[in-house]
Design a protein around this ligand. Structure first.
Ligand code: GTP
Length: 344
């Protein structure tokens, strides 16, 4: 591995909204639509020794924090903020988290850290977030925004850009674009996507997320931050109004085949509208939770953790859908469980 410290390095980019100065803490913002691979990227970066003194701020869109639990295994300092997007209304949560982190760092209340990574929720508009680094005096005093990295899902990008305006904003404002899931995308799709992304944002290098995860050196080297192209004085439609977000919890453990049948039914019937499902499943015979991820029609291989991270073992699933409410999803769970002779 080359010098991985450059991943979080304090070398400023040429033009920055707040110029990194002595003592300021560099901040890297990672954005990308729901399920694009932001947490996967950050976990990989934190797993490297150079990521040891990194604080992570996670903004999750959903009722229950899943990413923060996964990231906690890699960083000593993880803060979960809000339950929604970081946009005009919610950015104060980010300010508060950054201010608290700075204060706690000075008083030694938190383990020492040299840099901060902010994982935005998949539906966040990054413009107001970037702007806030220049407009909030306390934040600007303590922090220097180093870069905006946007992760783009190579399999689902075409579909996502049709349904979500935030996708385009995330690409246009990026200093680095990372293509994830190129390992499972058709080569022609990847080539077309590269052309589309290059047309949207000719300045940002388009890199492979898997390569960045293996060797993060090139991720943040020597690019200028773009200036946010708009102001947030005028109220914008809150991104979360486009989506239904809720969680479902179950006390009884699932038989794995029954759980997969439920999820196959859901993705088969309404995969287009099932934007994101993630969570911990309590599976009969497994001592720890099984971490599951679904992004529209795609499901990832489940990951079994050795122990429950917190609290009583129980299944906890976060859903982010387009027009599918809690009751409809719960009905599918109930129907398949009933077919299997089990009560929900
Ligand atoms: N095959 C493949 N899967 C990937 C890649 N990157 C991420 N994934 C999978 O995609 C799923 C979603 O990844 P996450 O890292 O949780 O995505 P995210 O952007 O943090 O998701 P949200 O926070 O919910 O918006 C997980 O199952 C990952 O294992 C990749 O490059 N290739």
């Amino acid at each position: 591995m080359r010098d991985p410290a450059a991943l979080f390095g304090s070398r400023p980019f040429g033009r920055a909204l707040s110029r990194p100065g002595a003592g300021r803490i560099p901040v890297t913002v990672v954005t990308g639509f729901l399920g694009a691979g932001k947490t996967t990227l950050i976990r990989a970066a934190l797993a490297h020794p150079s990521g040891a003194r990194t604080a992570v701020i996670v903004n999750e869109f959903g009722e229950a924090g899943i990413d923060d639990v996964l990231l906690r295994t890699s960083s000593e300092q993880v803060a979960l903020i809000g339950n929604g997007c970081i946009c005009c209304a919610a950015k104060t949560d980010l300010h508060r988290a950054l201010r608290n982190l700075a204060a706690e760092r000075e008083t030694g209340l938190v383990p020492p850290f040299d840099r901060v990574v902010v994982e935005t929720s998949g539906v966040s508009e990054p413009g107001p977030l970037i702007q806030s680094f220049a407009t909030d005096r306390t934040v600007a005093t303590h922090y220097a925004l180093e870069g905006l990295v946007t992760v783009v899902d190579a399999v689902l990008a075409a579909r996502t850009r049709e349904m979500a305006p935030t996708f385009t904003e995330q690409v246009v404002l990026a200093d680095r674009i990372l293509l994830s899931k190129t390992d499972i995308a058709a080569p022609g799709v990847v080539a077309d996507l590269r052309l589309h992304l290059a047309a949207l944002n000719p300045e940002a290098p388009i890199l492979d997320a898997a390569e960045m995860r293996a060797d993060p050196t090139a991720l943040f080297s020597g690019r200028a931050l773009k200036r946010a192209p708009f102001h947030c004085d005028a109220p914008t439609a809150p991104a979360d109004s486009l989506y239904d977000t809720f969680s479902l919890e179950f006390d009884a453990p699932f038989d794995w085949p029954v759980f997969t049948r439920i999820m196959d039914t859901l993705t088969g019937l309404r995969g287009d509208d099932l934007l994101r499902v993630k969570g911990f499943v309590q599976v009969s015979g497994c001592p720890g939770p099984v971490v599951v991820h679904y992004v529209q029609h795609l499901s990832a291989p489940p990951e079994e953790l050795t122990a429950w991270p917190e609290g009583t073992p129980r299944t906890r699933l976060v859903f982010i859908t387009r027009g599918l409410g809690r009751a409809r999803i719960a009905a599918v769970f109930a129907a398949v469980l009933a077919l299997a002779g089990l009560a929900p």
